[in-house]
Design a protein around this ligand. Structure first.
Ligand SMILES: Nc1ncnc2c1ncn2[C@@H]1O[C@H](COP(=O)(O)OP(=O)(O)OP(=O)(O)O)[C@@H](O)[C@H]1O
Ligand SMILES: [Mg+2]
Length: 160
C-alpha cells in the first residue's frame, strides 16, 4: 500500500505489475514493524531496479513485474520471495549486497543501508535467512525465511 504510488505509470515509464502468489501462512511470531521495514526495503529496491532497466531501454523489459510468493516451507518456517524482472545483479555486486553502505545508486538516491539493515533484522533478530539469486537476463529474487516461533532463549539474548 505504501509503495503503490511508485508502481503507477508516469510520463517516463509503464505501470509496474504486482503479481501476488500468497500461500496459507500461519500466525508468525515476529517484530512486525521491523519485518515491514525489510519488505519495504526489498520492494523499493525492486522498483528502483525496474525503473533503471526501463530508463536504460532494456529490450527485455516489456512488462515490468514484481512477483511475491509466500509459503509455509515446513512446520516451523515460512518463506517470502520477492522477484523482479529488471536488470540482473552481477556476481561482483551480489557478493556485497548486504554490506553496510554498499550502493550502486547515485549520490542522494541510495545510502546502501537498506539491505544491510534488512539482513540484520532477518538473521540476528529473527533467526532467519535472507538471500538473493539472480540469473543473467532474468532479474533478481530475494528470499526471506523466518521461523514461525521465536525461541525464548534467543529473545532473552536480544534483550526482550
Ligand atoms: N532487485 C534488485 N535488482 C538489482 N540490484 C539490486 C536489487 N536490490 C538491491 N540491488 C543492489 O544492491 C545495492 C544495495 O541495496 P541497498 O538497499 O542496501 O541500498 P540502496 O538501495 O542502494 O540504498 P538505500 O539505503 O536507499 O536502500 C543497490 O544499490 C543495488 O545495486
Ligand atoms: Mg535500497
Amino acid at each position: 500500500m505504501i509503495l503503490q504510488h511508485r508502481l503507477k505509470a508516469n510520463s517516463d515509464r509503464l505501470d509496474i505489475e504486482l503479481v501476488k502468489h500468497y500461500g496459507n501462512l500461519p500466525q508468525v511470531e515476529c517484530y512486525a514493524g521491523q519485518q515491514n521495514q525489510v519488505f519495504m526495503n526489498v520492494l523499493s529496491n525492486a522498483i528502483d531496479a525496474l525503473e533503471e532497466s526501463l530508463a536504460n531501454n532494456q529490450a527485455q523489459i516489456t512488462s515490468p513485474t514484481i512477483t511475491i510468493h509466500t509459503e509455509q516451507v515446513d512446520t516451523d518456517q515460512i518463506e517470502i520471495r520477492i522477484a523482479d524482472n529488471g536488470l540482473s545483479i552481477p556476481e561482483s555486486v551480489r557478493q556485497r549486497l548486504f554490506d553496510p553502505f554498499f550502493t550502486t545508486k547515485p549520490v542522494g538516491k541510495g545510502t546502501g543501508i537498506g539491505l544491510s539493515i534488512s539482513y540484520q533484522i532477518v538473521t540476528e533478530k529473527h533467526g532467519g535467512s535472507l538471500s538473493c539469486t539472480s540469473e543473467p537476463g532474468e532479474g533478481a529474487e530475494f528470499k526471506i525465511r523466518v521461523p514461525v516461533r521465536q525461541e525464548v532463549s534467543k529473545n532473552v539474548a536480544i534483550g526482550v
